[in-house]
Design a protein around this ligand. Structure first.
Ligand code: ZN
Length: 322
């Protein structure tokens, strides 16, 4: 009977494929009945409200698609899984961990879809989320802009002080710029950053003389080649971002005549992965003092899509523009 069989009785039961929890015609979740004698978990609606306080949806770019993608606001949430990308492997990791909610930085459904059949990867992802009763929530450009958000996490990784927005548009701060406590050579700076970033196959690419001193640093997590004008205006010695393409980078280096701003491409996934810990801390802080049963887990999978590199030049300044 639907009314006497709460959909979320325990993690063990919800993960058993033989137990059907989604009953046709029964869309009500019975608060508390599934957890008699235990701490009543938060409801998804409460977690979503907290996320929207941390990462207000109206601060997202107009082209973006943020917020709740799957799930029921009345479904209990006991375990939250944080990841950069909602790939099939990540969803499977969340399922294996027993997560009720997957929070990702990148949207699963940025463009229109006409089917969520498992014949496409997107469809298989949506289906996997729904059949495993995993809610998906996306905080993307609103998390980039938030403070603390994605760019603050990258600024922290760069050990910046006196941090402020790189650019303010319509009252929303984008990117961050700040200073190092002491000047470092460009090589030292990149090496220091590499120690705190998760490892990706592409490593960190640097444009600029390795022995040049840098102290003022601009950062934008993820793809940041739209911000070169703001970086130049900020007086930054070095700009840390990712997904830097040949032409914008070459033109920026030409414009700099070999001088500042030097460029560091630290990888899209790596520069945004840093935010996951911040998001976890901020979400837990939202419920501090509530005696909540909320548990969290950060994705252990590297969703940077590159698997290996061959033929890379190993020396500095082998004919670039510096
Ligand atoms: Zn991104």
């Amino acid at each position: 009977m639907c009314r006497s069989e709460p959909l979320w009785r325990s993690h063990v039961q919800v993960r058993e494929p033989s137990v059907s929890r989604l009953h046709r015609g029964c869309r009500r979740f019975e608060r508390g009945r599934a957890h008699v004698g235990t701490v009543i978990p938060l409801l998804l609606g409460e977690v979503v409200a907290a996320l929207e306080r941390l990462y207000p949806p109206h601060t997202a770019s107009s082209w973006d698609r943020v917020g709740l993608v799957s799930g029921d606001l009345d479904q209990p949430v006991s375990l939250v899984h944080f990841a950069v990308d909602p790939t099939l492997a990540v969803i499977d990791e969340a399922r294996a961990a027993g997560a009720d909610l997957l929070i990702t930085h990148h949207p699963l459904l940025l463009r229109g879809v006409h089917s969520v059949a498992t014949t496409s990867a997107k469809g298989a992802s949506v289906t996997a989320l729904i059949v495993n009763h995993i809610a998906l929530y996306v905080a993307h450009t609103n998390a980039d802009a938030a403070s603390p958000g994605v760019c603050d996490a990258l600024a922290d990784a760069c050990a910046l002080v006196d941090v402020g927005p790189l650019e303010v548009v319509d009252g929303v701060g984008h990117g961050r710029v700040g200073s190092l406590a002491r000047a470092l050579t460009l090589r030292e700076f990149a090496q220091q950053l590499s120690m705190v970033l998760p490892k990706a196959v592409s490593g960190i690419r640097v444009a600029g003389p390795a022995d040049a001193l840098v102290s003022r640093v601009a950062v934008v997590g993820g793809a940041g080649d739209d911000f070169f004008d703001a970086v130049r205006a900020s007086g930054a010695d070095v700009y840390v971002t990712a997904d830097l393409r040949h032409h914008p980078v070459l033109e920026a280096r030409e414009e700099a005549r070999g001088g500042t701003p030097y460029l560091v491409d630290a990888g899209h996934w790596a520069t945004e992965w840093l935010w996951l810990q911040s998001a976890r801390s901020e979400l837990l802080r939202e419920f501090a003092g509530r005696g909540t049963s909320l548990n969290t887990h950060i994705c252990t999978l590297r969703t940077d899509p590159w698997d290996f590199v061959i033929g890379a030049a190993t020396s500095d300044n082998t004919g670039g523009t510096s």
